[in-house]
Design a protein around this ligand. Structure first.
Ligand SMILES: [Zn+2]
Length: 480
């Protein structure tokens, strides 16, 4: 039975779907103004595993993840690059989608963009104004937190305490310093849309209330995001949505929040200069290794990132890859199938035990860290059994072994690993080393004006799908 820690109730609860056999999920997406960093990859990988697991235990899943494609950061970036906000958002959405693919993440059912859903957003704001939860103010519209009696229920904060410690800029026009913008009046040179309050654009929080309800209905099962979103973003989403639907028995039922990424136990932040971008990491590690690393911590725990930690994950991951190869090799090449089920009996027992422990771990608030641990005793058995067949004359029980291997694959598919063969097998450090050797030979050849050799190296690399590029800073290479 699946149990989930619900931020709203602050305890683990047995999961009960709204509709038998179905699960609807909304997860806050990215603001596309830059490359995705490891902190963006974590929720993406986690929610992918949640979906895979729910499917494995028999649910049909609908998953919606938005793109905040209207935002100060996008507008700022567009100004810096002398282009439009739309162009910036499109560019980084595309890059993000490529990153998701590299991380072996299933596509969402819908990726709604704010810019394409302005009607749903303005409708919701209109309704909140009519119901007295929001008030227009010189082209802006604010949400009145005092009108919503449950304000603070998700984050466990009290409005009085928030006001006392309010760090929000003092704006005397607002009823309460914690009131937040649902609509912002247009500023010159910024993208804007028509509304009953004049031209403008939506505030950040309203989009997730409007988009989740538009695509999943007034009530849905799970809402996700990073723990940094609990306050104010998700608190405000609840305030908007429950006020909109008119009762507190709706909107998201289970709130799941993933923990921070730390870098060598320090918080990751731009100001500390320790932000790791996923597309950079993908040059050094396969998507599945990054995935495996992320899943090595239960989602609510902090995840400490460092090169050493990822390298450790990589070597553990390779053991899984090798075991898979050993098993496949055995299935393909070993003789014997008539030995009966007895010979692989112990192995099969181990596989069933591993599966039981794996599902128990996943049922306990998606504890992927424990679930991954269930794979290793099993691969040890695979290797022992393969040794017995190959060297000690044990007759191969094909059927028994295949059943055990299928159980293993069932678990790895839920984790979304060992699916891209080349990704699992790529020895990236070795490739990096070999490229270093080749490029230094080519540099020597160029220094000696041996153009024939230097061109040959470049052309032959191109033939195997590697481009090299001479730049003032040195030679770069990339896979074509
Ligand atoms: Zn959101």
């Amino acid at each position: 039975m699946l149990h989930i820690y619900n931020t709203l109730t602050r305890r683990k609860e047995e999961f009960q779907p709204l509709t038998e056999g179905k699960v609807s999920i909304y997860c806050c997406g990215i603001t596309p103004y830059n490359y995705a960093h490891i902190g963006n990859a974590r929720p993406a990988v986690f929610w992918d595993v949640v979906r895979r697991y729910l499917k494995a235990i028999g649910y049909k899943v609908r998953y919606v993840q938005n793109f905040t494609d209207i935002d100060d950061k996008i507008i700022q970036r567009a100004k810096e690059e002398n282009t439009t906000a739309e162009e910036i958002a499109d560019r980084y959405i595309k890059i993000y989608m490529d990153t998701l693919e590299a991380l072996n993440i299933w596509a969402a059912d819908v990726y709604p963009k704010v810019s394409e859903n302005m009607d749903a957003i303005t409708e919701m704001i209109k309704h909140l104004v009519v119901e007295g939860y929001a008030y227009p103010l010189e082209g802006d519209v604010y949400y009145s937190v005092e009108k919503f009696k449950d304000y603070g229920k998700l984050s466990g904060r009290r409005l009085e305490d928030m006001e006392a410690g309010a760090r929000v800029e003092v704006d005397d026009r607002k009823y309460n310093p914690m009131d937040f913008a649902l609509w912002k009046a247009a500023k010159p040179g910024e993208p804007s849309w028509d509304s009953p309050w004049g031209k403008g654009r939506p505030g950040w929080h309203i989009e997730c209330s409007a988009l989740s309800m538009k695509y999943l209905g007034e009530s849905f099962d799970m809402h996700g995001g990073g723990s940094d979103l609990i306050f104010p973003h998700h608190e405000n989403e609840i305030a908007q949505s429950e006020a909109y639907i008119g009762h507190s028995d709706g909107f998201a039922r289970y709130w799941l929040h993933n923990g921070f990424i730390t870098i060598k136990e320090e918080k990751m932040s731009k100001s500390l200069g320790n932000v790791f971008l996923v597309h950079e990491l993908l040059k050094r590690y396969s998507g599945e290794v990054i995935r495996y690393f992320i899943l090595g911590a239960q989602y609510r725990s902090p995840l400490d990132f460092s090169d050493e930690r990822v390298a450790e994950a990589q070597s553990a991951y390779k053991r899984l890859v090798n075991a898979k190869k050993t098993a496949e090799d055995l299935l393909e090449n070993a003789d014997g199938s008539a030995a009966g089920p007895e010979t692989a009996k112990a192995l099969l027992e181990k596989a069933k035990e591993a599966k039981k422990a794996f599902f128990e771990a996943m049922d306990d608030d998606f504890n992927t860290a424990l679930a991954i641990g269930c794979l290793f005793p099993l691969i040890k058995e695979f290797n022992t059994y393969a040794g017995d067949v190959k060297s000690r004359g044990v007759v191969f029980d094909r059927e028994g072994f295949r059943t055990a291997f299928d159980i293993f694959t069932e678990m790895t598919s839920i984790l979304g690993i060992l699916e891209k063969e080349e990704a699992g097998q790529a020895d990236d450090a070795l490739v990096e080393g070999l490229m270093g050797v080749l490029l230094s030979i080519r540099q020597d050849a160029r220094a000696e004006k041996n153009w024939t050799l230097s061109d040959k190296i470049r052309d032959e690399l191109k033939n195997i799908g590697i481009a090299i590029e001479d730049t003032p800073q040195g030679v770069n290479w990339k896979k074509l």
